[in-house]
Design a protein around this ligand. Sequence first.
Ligand code: NAD
Length: 517
Amino acid sequence: PNAIFGEARKNSAGVDLSDPLVREPLLGRLRAMESRTYEAAPTERSRGEHPIRRITSPHDDRIEVGIAHEATEGAIDRAMTAAAQAQPAWDALGGEARAALLDKAADLFEDERETFFSLCIREAGKTLPDAVLEVREAVDFLRYYASEARRQFSRPMPLPGPTGEVNELRLHGRGVWTCISPWNFPLAIFTGPVAAALAAGNAVMAKPAEQTPLIAGFALELMHKAGIPRAIVQLVPGDGKVGAALTSHRLTAGVAFTGSTDTARMIARSLADRTDGPIVPLVAETGGQNAMIVDSSALPEQVTRDVVASSFQSAGQRCSALRVLFVQDDVADDMIRMIAGAIQALAIGDPGKITTDVGPVIDAPARQALRRHLDWLDLHARKIIRAEVPVDLAEHGFFVPPAMYEIESLAQLTQENFGPVLHVVRWKSGQLDKVIEQINSTGYGLTLGLQSRIDTVAHYIEQHARVGNLYVNRNQIGAVVESQPFGGEGLSGTGPKAGGPHYVARFATERVTCIDT
Ligand code: NAD
């Protein structure tokens, strides 16, 4: 045990996809799972009451992955009531007992990881390497928040001071948390806030994105199997209306939301307007307009590799993904040429194939929004490359070609473009301060990449950039739970950082007892 960082925790198991003896049998098992279908339904389900949503694969809309039964207002009310009744006993269990159940859930997630891989690929359009990372992150969240429950929720914290009394601080659950998640990390970001709220002694209404309810349903099945009571963690599938009904419900005592900045504002407004129930805290993790700065000391091969990973892995559908590359003008032509060459070599296609680099985007509205943006860029920017989508994929899948355009300034981009589109801006030597000003002036503050071998440049950026996560001489996607807590500021979120030491406590309420001795 470590006084500051808590218990050492088991690392999640990886998969060595570079080893054909591991990879090929795994691909075979995943192919054999392709005919399976799944069902997700509200934990408080009543037969016949729920509207049905058919879930198909983003890369081929003829493939049915399963069906979701969506929650109605009546189901939400029943679920909330049952959760609120069950929550005090869950809180009273204490951190140690809750941690044991979360650890058990983590073990079950690992046992069932191939089902999760298959669902990540078929329901969310993820490639296998992305799916492996996704499951590991979910497992890490469960185990890390379990260790936080042990550290902070097992015993009262004695408080020092001159009063001559016994003073103690205890953390308790607040009641029922509503956890709303996006489709782009349908397992990891679904699991993280749910696990944290549970660790802190709350009951949870877990609402996955309407595009990815099946993987969430399977995750909840495993949490229940681990022994977490059904009333304590409940699946509430549905779209934004279901989300809104949950956040405005009188029994919601806290909201954890990950998704777009606009939706976060909408939720904040509805919480502020409530006249019944408690004043409700909101933990929001939202969008970004993420940049990378490249100066003339950077290594071109490394820049190329890191830019391509940051912009095009997961088809650019990561909140941390690189959107705007600032290249110092004396190296810009060479860098742009190398990056364009690497983009040209990306394989677009079926995410289930191991040779695919860039899979589909999530659905038709996402493709439509990106196409509109690309058409706008064709008119207002210099096209460097807009790759082709193979004809056989275009008819039934939601594919968007990886693209790179040069623009004059970051101010031309008025919104986050959530897909495989990279914008490039040149900057002049001696004007690093202007680059940072442009980046800060977006109001977003999620990730920033830097490629430079000059220490003073890194220090300057560290001091002046208002971003949550700065990545130096590496790609800017992927954050390891506990080692690299993740989350932004400003328009990118409220904090605390997911996977960091302050996260779980934010889901709790603090009570102090002082006893005159
Ligand atoms: P979204 O805001 O459209 O939806 C997110 C979730 O909110 C979904 O479950 C949706 O059903 C629900 N929702 C929609 N309207 C609602 C309302 N009025 N009340 C309550 N819930 C409502 O976002 P998305 O398109 O699913 O996800 C992509 C966005 O998420 C991007 O902006 C991305 O940057 C962001 N994101 C941020 C992080 C982070 O850690 N900062 C991580 C992943 C994704």
